[in-house]
Design a protein around this ligand. Sequence first.
Ligand code: KIV
Ligand code: ZN
Length: 513
Amino acid sequence: MDNRVRIFDTTLRDGEQSPGASMNVEEKIMVARQLAKLGVDVIEAGFAFSSPGDFESVRRVAQEVEGPVVCSLARAKAEDVDAAWGALKGAARPRIHTFISTSEIHLKHQFKLTKKEAMKRAVEMVGRARGYVEDVEFSAMDASRTEPEYLYEVIEAVINAGATTINIPDTVGYALPQAFGELIKGIRENVKNIDRAMISVHCHNDLGLAVANSLAAVVNGARQVECTINGIGERAGNCSLEEIVMILRTRKDLLGLDTSIITEQIYPASRLISSITGITVQPNKAIVGDNAFAHESGIHQDGLLKDKTTYEIMRPESVGISRSKLVLGKHSGRHAFKTRLAELGYDITGEGLDKAFERFKKLADKKKEVFDEDIEAIVQDEVLRLELPERYRLLKLNVRSGTDTPPTAEVVIEVDGKPVSEEGRGDGPVDAAYNTIAKITGTKSTLLKYSVNAITGGTDAQGEVSVRLSEGEHIVLGQGSHTDIIVASAKAYINALNRLEYKKKEKRENLIL
Ligand code: KIV
Ligand code: ZN
C-alpha cells in the first residue's frame, strides 16, 4: 500500500451545508480555484440533482478548474446519477459519488428499505454511474453504526459493480478513534476484493473527534480523507483539512504518511472561506486561528528568540502565514495590491480588480495603513458582490441621532433599477436605517444576528458588519464594510436581502432519500 493520503475536499458540498454558509456560483468557482492551488486531489463541487444552482456550480467547476478530479454527489437514484453526469461531462477527470445508508436505524426509519433492497439499489446505481465514468465512489452512509457483516457484503458487491473508491462515513459523528480504526482494519481483512478499491473516510465532528477518527482510519489503511477548509459542514462540521494535513506532515516521522497538499496555500484558503461564508475561525483554532502561532508567555518568547524549535512544532510560513505582515498604504501600486490579493487567495482580474483597486486607493487616502483584513473586506464588498444579481442597491443614506435627537434615517435604494426613498425612525441610528430599508423593500425576513467588528485597530478602522436573516426555510448572511459603521450596517442588510432574493429564486428539490 502506498503512503500518500488523498485529500477529497467537500467544502463546496458538505461545507456548504453549514447553516447560512451557502455560496453562489461565482464564489464557488473562486473557492475551487484556490482548492486547485492548494493541491487537493478531489473537489466535491456539489450535489448536481439538488438544485439548478448546484448543477451549474458542478458544471462550471468541471469545465473551468484544472487539476483535481471533480466530483458530484448523487443519491442512489437514477435521476441523481444522470444529473451528476450531465453536470460533470466537461471535466477532464470526472467522478460520480453515489450513496445510500446501510445502518439499520436509517434503513428502517428513514429509507423504509430492507437490507437486500438497499444493496440492490447501491449495486444498480454504481453500475449506472460506471456506464458514464470510470471513477465511481460509493458511500455507505452511517457506516459507523452499520452491522459490520452487512457492511462487508455491500462493499464487496459495489466493488464488483465497479466502485473504485469506498467511503466509510461516520455520518453522525458517533465513532471513537480506536473503534473507527478497527472498522477500517476489519474492512481490509474481511472484504475479499478490497484491493480493487481505495478506502476513504468521511467523519463528522459532533463529539469533536472528526480529525482523530480520520487519523485512526489512515493509520489502519484508509487512503482518502474527506474534509473541509476550517472544518465547516453539516452541524458541528467535518474533519478539518488543515488539521489532518498538518498532522500527517508534522508527524511524518512517526506515521510515515503524507499528502500532496501545498501547505503554504492553507491559510489563504482558510481566509477565503471565512470571508465568503462569514463563518469566522475561533482564535485558538489549530493551524489557522489568530492565536495558533502567537506566543504570550515570557518563558515561551524567551525560548523562541533563542531557537524557534523550542516552542514551535510548525513554522507559520509553512501554512502560508507570514511573520511580518505586509501593510499597504497610499503609495502602494496596482501590482503590489494584486500580489497581496493573490497571497490572500484571491485570483482577481478585469473589472473586479479595477473596482477593488479603486476602493483600496480611496481607503488608503483615509487610513495610513491598509491591512490584510481591510483588503479582504474590500474584495467582499466590491468583487464578490459584483457576481450577485442585485435587486437592491444603496444609493443614499443619511441618519440623525444624538443625546437629544430622536434617531431618524433617510434612505434611497434602487429597487429593480428605480430609486425609491423613505424616511423612518428607530431606537438608534442602525435601527432607524434598518426600519427604513425594510419599509422600502417590504421584506418579510427576520434579523437573526447583527454584529459589528472593527476590522483593524484605531478609530479610523473600517467597521465590518455581518447580519444573518431568515425567511421561511432560507437563512442568509450579508456583509458590508465602511469606515462609517451605519453605512456598513446598511450595506450588510442590503447584501443579505439580495442574497435572499437569489436563494428564493433558486428552486431546490425536496430530496427524499
Ligand atoms: O455524512 C455523510 O454521510 C455524507 C455522505 C453523503 C457521504 O455526507
Ligand atoms: Zn457528511
